[in-house]
Design a protein around this ligand. Structure first.
Ligand code: ZN
Length: 218
């Protein structure tokens, strides 16, 4: 396996995937999307990390997502929910986002002769986002292969890792500090440890303290 394309956002998961990919493949590039997310700081973080990793990053604008649906990640008038009273997904869910991203990434990859696609989705800390599940990825992989008559392989190195194990992987890859300081996971767009109170920061923070605890007990 030689060439790979990482679907990149500048967050903890996709940054870990970027450095994982650099170990696995000879030639790695990254793709990111400006889909009208609340915090465009994500994309500048993505650019800085890609530069540091010496990976070419292509950023594309997808204007439609914001117009066809409403959620708290693209609509500033909707507050980010901290928890849900019922079993529906959180209002940070952008319906169809991963399918669109992977589809655009696949089209771009084929045009560049790249068969390996890497995405940081996972279902260990299942957050109610249906398009983070393995079943979806396996199904889309088959659909993409059929739709473009190309032998794509979607890699999901984080699929079965919880946040603590994702920190461990970053540490094993020698990029713990980069991930901790430079990535943006926070729903309020604050880099590093973030605001500390949004659902995304809480999940990240809990994983980090669990990882540090287990490391100290070794
Ligand atoms: Zn936050």
């Amino acid at each position: 396996m030689t060439k790979a394309l990482v679907i990149f956002s500048g967050g903890q998961d996709s940054t870990t995937c970027l450095f994982w990919a650099k170990k696995q493949f000879r030639e790695v590039q990254a793709i990111a999307f400006d889909y009208g997310q609340r915090h465009i700081t994500e994309l500048s973080a993505a650019q800085k990390i890609a530069d540091l990793a010496n990976v070419k990053l292509s950023i594309f604008k997808i204007n439609l997502l914001k117009s066809v649906s409403h959620n708290s990640l693209t609509d500033n008038s909707i507050d980010v929910e901290t928890d849900q009273p019922d079993h529906r997904p959180p209002n940070t869910l952008v319906e169809g986002r991963n399918m669109l991203f992977l589809t655009y990434a696949a089209i771009f990859a084929k045009a560049n002769g790249v068969k390996n696609l890497i995405t940081g989705v996972g279902q260990a800390d299942y957050n109610g986002y249906p398009d983070c599940r393995n079943d979806f990825i396996v199904s889309l992989n088959q659909t993409l292969n059929l739709s473009m008559d190309f032998d794509y392989q979607i890699h999901t190195p984080l699929m079965w890792l919880d946040k603590s194990e994702i920190w461990q992987l970053a540490d094993e890859l020698g990029v713990f500090e980069i991930v901790r300081d430079m990535t943006i996971t926070c729903y309020h767009g604050i880099a590093g440890d973030g605001c500390g109170v949004c659902p995304s920061c809480k999940l990240r923070g809990r994983g980090l303290s669990n990882y540090l605890k287990s490391k100290n007990h070794e």
